[in-house]
Design a protein around this ligand. Structure first.
Ligand code: F6P
Ligand code: MN
Length: 294
């Protein structure tokens, strides 16, 4: 019989299992609302990006539902300028990218929800996560999580989230690469590195949603980057809500991450809305890249 997410979570700490299940049900409700919550909200988030109706709604919905769960103490969300306090008695502190890749909404390409889970107070280094997960709203809605027990994937069906693949590891050698930013703005050393990847046969696939672009690296191996740019030395992605949870999942899947100098998980955040150059993929690719960028 196919295992459900709930059954798969039986082996882990019961409160953490409840939190992961709660987030999975909220995400499913978000997926159901995507056809209806359309259009621009005419407001900007703390990063100066125009918000969509669905960005704001997903953020509020997640925060309200998590507040009701009583499990969460504090949330750092991409859509909120400050940490949001939920329950003094809560056990977990979490980071949220409620709707990653929301510029893909208009063209009906991939979007997703990214969550980092901590017991330590935020902000702190990504290596202190106890679990991380994402939900990808694609042709099929999928959920990927790790609670430091390997990386596991579930498919959303009429029976809820059911098991698809256990202990996923980035395939070796990898096949793909996806890189954000304008090529003319990449650092020359990075551009040369990418040319070498192309010569080795890595194929370009870039979809414009971090969660989707990483998900293909998880399944086919290779490299995702939103690199340091000559115009933006810190790149685009947010350390707390984007790069840390995905780096944590990549590490559990025997991949690696770097900001060009060290693992992203080692970076001490200075503020909650910090951006970071992000390179994630197979270990050998990241090691070689770090030598070039250091
Ligand atoms: O959240 C930021 C984000 O939407 C990521 O999901 C994605 O990797 C990136 O921005 C895409 O940026 P660009 O539109 O510059 O390719
Ligand atoms: Mn995002």
């Amino acid at each position: 019989m196919t295992k459900t997410l709930e059954e798969h979570l039986e082996g882990i700490d019961s409160e953490l299992a409840s939190l992961i299940l709660k987030i999975s049900s909220i995400a499913n409700a978000i997926s159901n609302e995507l056809p209806y919550r359309r259009g621009k909200a005419n407001t900007k988030n703390v990063f100066g990006e125009l918000q969509l109706v669905v960005d704001k709604w997903a953020d509020q919905f997640l925060i309200n539902e998590l507040r009701k769960s009583g499990l969460v103490k504090t949330v750092a969300s991409e859509e909120q300028p400050d940490l949001v306090k939920l329950n003094e008695e809560g056990i977990f502190n979490i980071t949220l990218d409620p709707l990653d890749g929301s510029s893909n909404i208009e063209s009906n390409n991939l979007v997703g929800t990214i969550v980092g889970i901590y017991k330590k107070d935020l902000p702190t280094q990504g290596k202190h996560q106890i679990a991380a997960m994402y939900i990808l709203y694609g042709p099929v809605t999928t959920l990927v999580y790790t609670a430091q027990n390997g990386v596991h994937e579930f498919l959303h069906t009429k029976k809820g989230f059911v098991f698809r693949e256990e202990s996923i590891k980035l395939p070796e050698p990898g096949k793909l690469y996806g890189i954000g930013g304008l090529r003319k703005d990449w650092l020359p050393s990075f551009r040369k590195y990418v040319e070498e990847l192309e010569m080795e046969g890595y194929k370009l696939r870039y979809g414009g949603a971090f969660v989707g672009d990483f998900n293909q690296v998880l399944h086919y191996g290779g490299l995702f980057a939103y690199p340091a740019l000559t115009t933006n030395p810190n790149g685009k992605l947010r350390l707390l809500v984007e790069s840390n949870p995905i780096s944590f999942i990549a590490r559990e899947a025997e991949g690696a991450s770097t900001n060009g100098k060290c693992s992203i998980l080692e970076v001490e955040p200075e503020h909650i809305d910090q951006r970071i150059p992000t390179y994630i993929g197979n270990k050998n690719l990241i090691e070689k890249l770090e030598k070039i960028l250091r």
